[in-house]
Design a protein. Structure first.
Length: 572
């Protein structure tokens, strides 16, 4: 059974390099029967913010591993041990995001706060065996006594408080007899340990605060390092996967488990967190962007959050593909945002219907085309797909083209429209510009053109060629729309390279969001729904905005531009 599992996982992980180092560890554990045949992982978010793409990596890893192994299970556990910062809004948002990514935790949804009684029992065990004590030193002295990485700490004068007294005081702490910070429960390990985390770390701190799930029951709250291993053990987690910064907390994770009657001993395994270029991934900074209104909420399409990418039009499959492609490693690195865009673009190229949308319209009157006449052209929805379907594109005497597809004094190499020059209107006719109309300021407001009726469908029977093909929409049939062009939120590639004296807000990209209000899109877009992918010809990949788009007032977001800078980079 164990062996079959192993093969299963290797196949699912059919990268070029075989299973990653975490799956290798699990394979070994299955071979030796360490946890029987069980593989059980968890994703433990703290409900103090929305999930970002780094969390998505962790979810895909934890849940993906469980899915790879036969009988594998995964839990969603809210690590809600801190009463102050957590809100139910976040709990709901996190659940929604994970479901959207395509994972189903079934009945395995847990809250660390449900284990508060159990944690307390473990703490009592430690106190009773002389392995924990109540310290009454003020916070700054505790800090002093701790020493430094090069200097050993020293014992607190309260370290040898009798067990009975510790028990009584802990009880009082729990019942709210003291003020915040007056006492603290600490593990009794080693004040001169080379690993600072082992120098009598805190177990419980007094916080006379209300918890969103346990109300006023508790006046002490457990520290992360104390609680986390127990949460895993209570749930029977076999492999507790976390990010690299917890590596030197592992001895403590193990110590807490080894010194009480824990039901099992999960193994902590660390991997490098995801860092992405041109963005930040700290929940604190993301929250600040939201509260200072520098972005339009957690789901602003420029945010690196799952909800932001969703609103922008990125699909869950693209995020999962990205998570898989970047893999897991033990070394921190910066992943190029363009690699993510590349993956999104690759997918949308396969899935997006091709449509015409004019973002900056210039009116064109076709003087040799009958007034009131309409004809329709057939066009493939997606030439990448065999049976991608077709749609009808209406054509009439007045159309819109892109303003920058016309130039009055055009250089030779400008292959688009200019006075006296001919271009192809995609799917329609060859078009020649004969005249232009200007306003008082000298801006071109309208072009007068003629089509060659012989070129219907876009080819000339006499074999003559045109260099440029431009997109257009029929003025009488076009839908008014707002189009939002999104780009990186920050201008600095690695936000860790911020100059001294500057803060991250100094690097906000002023062109990260460009809102175009007077766009004209082809009528087939009347049926657009958020999440459905489109390629606006020559303009990029777009999707309707899930927050603002309505049939009456369409709003489209650019998910990614067409330009494939990643492929170019790779060629270099
Ligand atoms: P903080 O703890 O500072 O609030 P956090 O990003 O660690 O922020 P958690 O809710 O604790 O937030 O994260 C849940 C899980 O997601 C953790 O197991 C953590 O290791 C993982 N995680 C967080 N950020 C990343 C990242 N950038 N890449 C990969 N995994 C991450
Ligand atoms: Mg964390």
């Amino acid at each position: 059974m164990g062996k079959e599992n192993i093969i299963n996982a290797d196949e699912n992980d059919k990268g070029k390099k075989g299973p990653d180092f975490i799956r290798q560890i699990i394979n070994r554990d299955l071979e030796t029967g360490k946890n029987g045949t069980r593989v059980h992982t968890r994703f433990p978010p703290e409900p103090n913010g929305y999930l970002h793409i780094g969390h998505a990596k962790s979810i895909c890893l934890n849940f993906g591993i469980a899915e790879d192994y036969e009988g594998g299970l995964y839990n969603l556990r809210f690590d809600d041990t801190n009463p102050e910062k957590e809100e139910t809004e976040y709990v709901e948002a996190i659940k929604e995001d994970i479901k959207w990514l395509g994972f189903d935790w079934k009945d395995r949804l847990f809250f660390a706060s449900d284990y508060f009684d159990k944690f307390y029992e473990f703490a009592l065990e430690l106190v009773n065996s002389g392995k924990a004590y109540v310290d009454s030193l003020p916070a700054e002295e505790i800090r002093e006594y701790r020493g430094t990485p090069t200097k050993p700490g020293k014992n607190s004068p309260y370290r040898d408080r009798p067990i009975e007294e510790n028990l009584e005081m802990l009880e009082n702490m729990k019942n709210g007899k003291y003020k915040d910070g007056e006492h603290i429960l600490r593990a009794k390990i080693d004040m001169s340990h080379v690993n600072m985390n082992m120098r009598d770390p805190a177990i419980y701190r007094i916080k006379n605060a209300r918890h969103h799930r346990t109300g006023d029951k508790w006046h002490i709250y457990p520290m992360y390092d104390f609680a986390h291993g127990y949460e895993d053990a209570i749930e029977g987690i076999t492999h507790s996967i976390c990010t690299l910064e917890f590596e030197n907390h592992r001895p403590l994770y193990d110590w807490f488990l080894n010194n009480v009657s824990a039901p099992c001993h999960p193994q902590q395994i660390e991997f490098a967190r995801l860092n992405l270029s041109y963005t930040v991934m700290s929940k604190r900074l993301l929250l600040e962007l939201v509260t200072s209104n520098l972005v339009d909420g957690w789901d602003d399409p420029r945010m690196p959050t799952i909800s932001g990418f969703r609103r922008r039009g990125v699909t869950p499959t693209a995020i999962r593909k990205f998570a898989k492609e970047i893999g897991v490693s033990k070394v921190n690195s910066l992943i190029d945002m363009n690699f993510f865009y590349y993956i999104i673009r690759e997918e949308m190229n396969e899935t997006a219907d091709r449509v015409m949308a004019v973002l900056d319209p210039l009116r064109v009157v076709i003087t040799n085309y009958e007034e009131g006449k309409t004809e329709e052209f057939d066009a493939d929805n997606n030439p990448q797909i065999e049976d991608g379907g077709t749609r009808k594109i209406p054509f009439s005497r007045e159309i819109y083209i892109e303003r920058d597809d016309f130039m009055e004094d055009a250089p030779k190499k400008f292959f688009r429209l200019a006075p006296g020059r001919e271009v192809r209107l995609k799917h329609a006719y060859f078009l020649t510009c004969n005249d232009l109309i200007k306003d008082k300021e000298g801006n071109v407001t309208e072009l007068h053109c003629t089509i060659d009726p012989e070129t219907r469908g876009g080819n000339a029977p006499d074999g003559r060629k045109v260099k440029g093909t431009i997109h257009w929409v029929s003025a009488a049939h076009a839908i008014d729309a707002e189009v939002r062009l999104y780009d990186n939120l920050f201008t600095l590639e690695d936000m860790a390279d911020m100059e001294e004296g500057k803060e991250y807000k100094d690097y906000l990209n002023p062109e990260s969001e460009i809102i175009l209000k007077n766009c004209k899109v082809e009528p087939s877009l009347a049926h657009a729904v958020p999440g459905a992918p489109y390629q606006f010809l020559r303009k990029g990949y777009f999707s309707a905005d899930s927050k603002y788009h309505t049939r009456e007032k369409p709003v489209f977001n650019r998910v990614v531009a067409l330009k494939d800078s990643w492929a170019k980079l790779q060629k270099k």
